[in-house]
Design a protein around this ligand. Sequence first.
Ligand SMILES: Cc1cc2nc3c(=O)[nH]c(=O)nc-3n(C[C@H](O)[C@H](O)[C@H](O)COP(=O)(O)O)c2cc1C
Length: 316
Amino acid sequence: MQLFSIRTRPLNVCAPMVRYSKLPFRELVRRYNCDIVYTPMILADVFAASNHARESEFSTNLLDDPVVIQFAASNGVDLANAAELVAPYVSAIDINCGCPQKWAIQEKIGSHLMSDPETVRDMIRMTKARVQVPCSIKIRIHKDLRETVEFVKRALSVGVDFITVHGRTRRQKSTEPVSLEGMKLVKEVSTVPVLANGDVFSLEDVNKIVEATGVDGTMSARGILENPALFAGYNETPWECIEDYVDLALSYGTNAFIFHHHLMFMLEKTMSNAEQRTFNSLTTVPSIIDHLEEHYDLNIMRKRKERAEQAKIRLV
Ligand SMILES: Cc1cc2nc3c(=O)[nH]c(=O)nc-3n(C[C@H](O)[C@H](O)[C@H](O)COP(=O)(O)O)c2cc1C
């Protein structure tokens, strides 16, 4: 919350992304000017019930700060139980009110909640009664924006601490443009900080959205997956950033599937179709590393030496 009050520019935020916004990626985007980073959506009831889920779904460290953990829940008890377990390790608890997938709506989580503001109000109230950390919501807009205003007002009435608005309705596809009008309205009726989400692929997009809506910051998902350095002003992923990612993923440990996906997102624009086909045939971490060393001048040992030198300079 302090970041919101002392900010001298709009805050740069990395979106919650299932599978992807995990610890190594969070550390990566922070190196490139990201102020706040979200975990992927985690099911609150499973998280509270299972030690295995807690270990596999959430890991953190002292560098992972500020971090917002995002839960999907259908009721206040599940959310507050999960929040209580994780509160000492996070900067805020976020409620996912935007996931449009069919299974989520059937479970009465995600974007289903956009039609159930009373339950969202209960969730915020119960969570805030049990933990001291801020509680936020990530919402979509309604077709009728008056409903969105009502939704936001109810959340504000129980002390929601900040709001992220993805400027699309739950039925809109990500290829459709975001509603700047919807984002602006949420900002206008809110007495707490508001982040705008949707179609942030460059700093020009950030400026355009902030200028049009007056929000306190912007959040990127697809854009930052493709180019984790976008908030640092790069229009394409710099090679340095790809090396950083490889180094972080290897240091923390990764599975080949996620490792491959991240690199594919980052390299997609620079690869020819033939290169993409070759890259897609790689299924293990060593084969991916070999490929990058052979074709892209990846040099992990050089990278590690550079980082060790930088750490020494910081110590001195
Ligand atoms: C791979 C991927 C995973 C996502 N996972 C989540 C999630 O866990 N929680 C959530 O609230 N939104 C999730 N989203 C939605 C994004 O956070 C964001 O709201 C949406 O993609 C619009 O932003 P963009 O235009 O910057 O992509 C995900 C999006 C993508 C592309």
